[in-house]
Ligand binder design. Structure first.
Ligand code: NAD
Length: 262
């Protein structure tokens, strides 16, 4: 038995990094996936590669692309409807898409702040809002919202908009978990540490910037997207049926460590 056998999942940000690895892993573990991304080219590529690796079942492709900008409520609503229409139900929603605005440092302005909140917070909220009735129709399910370790601790290399947005994801997810706990709908936040994906590597574009962060990571390396995908898989699967409302840290020990090894 595969770990997500027969489940249907919707994943946002599936064109790159965590979303791409999760879409592939979820299908490998038996799920059908609606792979959503604002970037049509990379999203379609994800789906093409998955469908090359994993043959269709009863004529149904294992992964389907859906163009979604999570900052637009109607596009998320449409994605949830599409998943149910195509696959007959929806069991798992992974609200993973997010941005790190390049101008979001100590000079953060209202413009960067608003964009970050629109995508990282409202995008997740709408993903939850439309997922809840769909998961209820399926008899329950699992919602995973990607936050970040930066929602748990402060940094002297500030990204005020990003950090605030991820703190909001943690608080929102916790509250939704409490509200829906008796409906068999679970909500957990995934809190990745710093990763070797385009999102962070484009931002840390010098060795000095990378080193400034790495010195604080006990494992001494950036994380990989696939390591996050395995965490998401656990939270999505029935192996975690008594886990809801957690800030699930997958951070190389970063948030537990005061002094790192030499
Ligand atoms: P990534 O840049 O590799 O992938 C993000 C994907 O989201 C891209 O395919 C992009 O096209 C898509 N996307 C961006 N805006 C979108 C929108 N409005 N609508 C739909 N799709 C959109 O990044 P990643 O590292 O895989 O990050 C995924 C999540 O993990 C994000 O929420 C990010 O904040 C979070 N995170 C990342 C790190 C890190 O170090 N990379 C650390 C902690 C948390």
């Amino acid at each position: 038995m595969s770990r997500l056998s027969g489940k249907v999942a919707l994943i946002t940000g599936a064109g790159s990094g965590i979303g791409l690895e999760s879409a592939t892993l979820f299908v490998k573990e038996g799920a059908f996936v609606l792979a959503c991304d604002i970037n049509e080219e990379s999203g379609k590529k994800t789906v093409e590669n998955i469908n090359k690796l994993f043959p269709s079942i009863d004529g149904k492709a294992r992964a389907v692309f859906c163009k979604v900008d999570v900052s637009k409520e109607n596009e998320i609503k449409n994605a949830v409807e599409t998943a149910e229409k195509l696959f007959g139900k929806l069991n798992i929603v992974f609200n993973n898409a997010g941005i790190m605005h390049p101008a979001d440092d100590k000079r953060t302005f209202i413009h960067e702040y608003s964009i970050s909140v629109q995508i990282n917070v409202k995008g997740v909220w709408w993903g939850c809002k439309y997922a809840i009735p769909a998961l209820r129709r399926a008899g329950g399910g699992s919602i995973i919202n990607t936050a970040s370790f930066v929602g748990k601790m402060g940094a002297a290399t500030p990204q005020l908009a990003y950090t605030s947005s991820k703190g909001a994801v943690l608080a929102m997810t916790r509250e939704l978990a409490a509200i829906h706990a008796r409906e068999n709908i679970r909500f957990n936040s995934l809190c990745p540490g710093p990763l070797r994906t385009p999102l962070l590597m484009d931002f840390l574009n010098t060795e000095e910037k990378k080193e400034r962060r790495l010195v604080h990571v006990p494992m001494g390396r950036f994380g990989e997207a696939i390591e996050q995908a395995y965490s998401a898989l656990f939270l999505a699967s029935d192996e975690s049926t008594y886990i809801t409302g957690t800030d699930f840290l997958c951070d190389g020990g970063l948030t537990s460590c005061y002094v790192t090894p030499l």
